[in-house]
Design a protein around this ligand. Structure first.
Ligand code: SAM
Ligand code: SF4
Length: 452
């Protein structure tokens, strides 16, 4: 069959789509780029926030019209939303033929056959304690970075979060199996690998912990950079920080999801750390890796969040000075502990006001931190042409700063020394330096500023 697969949400979903491609290709299905050419339309979905649901329902509305014209089009909803809203999808979206959760991808060929063969709808939302898809080689699109899930599920039960219900219990893959996959990734030409997990630094397989795994992955020849996402602040033992600090292939960037700076909100969120402990961890990280960059996730307007609680969050943001942040309004998710236990009592208006204020504060900090980079020279891994000007490249430093520059003698996957000469809120701008070129002194001035 000709399959159109559309992915919504996070990198884990992108990775799952690579697994889905591999599973379906091995059953002689092919993939098409355009929905018009498809016999089967699959949406691999996300359930993290309300707007993810809205986008997917909107897409299903489009597919409803299409299905009127193309009666035998098979429509499938896969992934987290499928798991989270299975009943609603099965009952209220009559155009949906297949609903399959994140542990049911291996059943997809069978579900498609049963819809096309006997016209029977196929639903599978069983969650597994063991499924890690370690026997499936993901079908990656060629590129610079390869994602690799080293664990699945999450046992943390942060009260706002739907992941433990959509992706089930936490389980880690065998390290030998992960390293073997990284060898294949290197042989395919990828220069960077990003280890993925919902709580990636709680990885453990028998005696092997996350630091051991990172060190083994970094030994794979051909892999020049190793990253990871998303860690939880509770799982940063010194061993991990020292492993990161001493191995040049382990990138000096930590995405450290804060969520809130208020102890009472953190407690209601079940984050298991306090503001003080988080600030202490940041100090420790920076003492061991002074060059590290820190990014974060923050939720505004969680149940019971007062103006004072929000000020505590701003206080942490100002004290830590994250390099950048993903900032969200709290959106109540079905099945979560917060839905059962707390009132979603912060008005939409207040959530929006707090989010706007937080974004403003963080933008100033990001810009200020980026301006300190002017005058430095970094090794930049070229990712792709810049979106604003395809004659320029977008690459990244080891510490995850996006850098825009031009050089017509290089290509994605190359490493280039780039001297930073301007900085905006989101990106740096620089000039490629060739070996043998004489470096001219450049005045770093706060006016040297770009908005990419
Ligand atoms: N595992 C990561 C952690 O421990 O923080 C988070 C992964 S979650 C998929 C990505 C981000 O989405 C979270 O860090 C949080 O900021 C945000 N998020 C999750 N549930 C949310 C909700 N109900 N409303 C708003 N934002 C939410
Ligand atoms: Fe969700 Fe918390 Fe698990 Fe992150 S650690 S996926 S926020 S439950």
């Amino acid at each position: 069959m000709k399959i159109f697969l559309e992915t919504f949400g996070c990198q884990m979903n992108e990775y799952d789509s690579e697994l889905i491609r591999s599973i379906l290709r091995s059953h002689d299905h092919t993939f098409v780029e355009q929905l018009d050419q498809a016999e089967v339309a699959l949406l691999n979905t996300c359930a993290i926030r309300e707007n993810a649901h809205e986008r997917i329902y909107h897409r299903l509305d489009d597919l409803k019209g299409r299905k009127r014209r193309q009666k035998n089009l098979v429509v499938g909803v896969l992934g987290c939303m499928a798991q989270n809203l299975r009943q609603e999808l099965a009952e209220h979206a009559p155009i949906v033929d297949i609903v399959a959760g994140p542990d049911s991808y291996k059943r997809l060929p069978q579900l498609i056959d049963s819809v096309r063969g006997v016209g029977e709808k196929g639903f599978d939302f069983s969650l597994s304690e063991y499924e890690t898809y370690s026997d499936i080689a993901p079908q990656r699109q060629p590129g610079v970075n390869a994602w690799i899930a080293i664990m699945r599920g999450c046992d943390n039960f942060c009260t706002f979060c739907v992941v433990p219900y959509t992706r089930g219990r936490e389980r880690s893959r065998e390290p030998q199996n992960i390293v073997a996959e990284v060898h294949r990734i290197a042989a395919e030409g990828f220069k960077q690998v990003t280890l993925l997990g919902q709580n990636v630094n709680s990885y453990r397989y028998e005696q092997s912990d996350f630091a051991d795994l990172m060190a083994s992955v970094a030994e794979v020849p051909g892999i020049r950079r190793v990253r990871f996402t998303s860690p939880h602040p509770k799982d940063f033992p010194r061993k991990l920080l020292h492993t990161m600090a001493t191995n040049p292939k382990l990138c000096k960037h930590i995405h450290l999801p804060l969520q809130s700076g208020s102890d009472s909100v953190l407690d209601r969120m079940n984050r298991t750390y306090t503001k003080r402990e988080l600030l202490h961890l940041v100090d420790e990280i920076r003492a061991i890796m002074p060059e590290v960059s820190l990014t974060t996730d923050i939720i505004c307007g969680f149940c019971g969040e007062t103006d004072q609680d929000f000020e505590e969050t701003l206080d942490v943001v100002r004290r830590v000075e994250f390099d950048s942040a993903f900032m969200f309004k709290y959106s109540q998710r079905r099945q979560t502990i917060a839905e059962r236990k707390f009132h979603d009592d912060v008005s939409e208006e207040v959530k929006t006001q707090r989010l706007m204020r937080l974004i403003e504060v963080q933008r100033d900090i990001s810009k200020k931190r980026n301006l300190t980079e002017v005058g430095n020279t970094y090794e930049v891994l070229i990712e792709e042409p810049s979106k604003k000007d395809p004659n320029e490249w977008l690459g990244r430093t080891d510490h995850y700063k996006g850098v825009v520059f031009s050089d017509d003698s290089v290509k994605p996957g190359d490493f280039v020394q780039v001297r930073i000469n301007a900085a905006g809120t989101n990106t740096l701008r620089g000039t490629a330096e060739r070996q043998g070129w004489r470096r001219l002194p450049v005045m770093a001035s706060p006016a040297a500023c770009c908005e990419h």
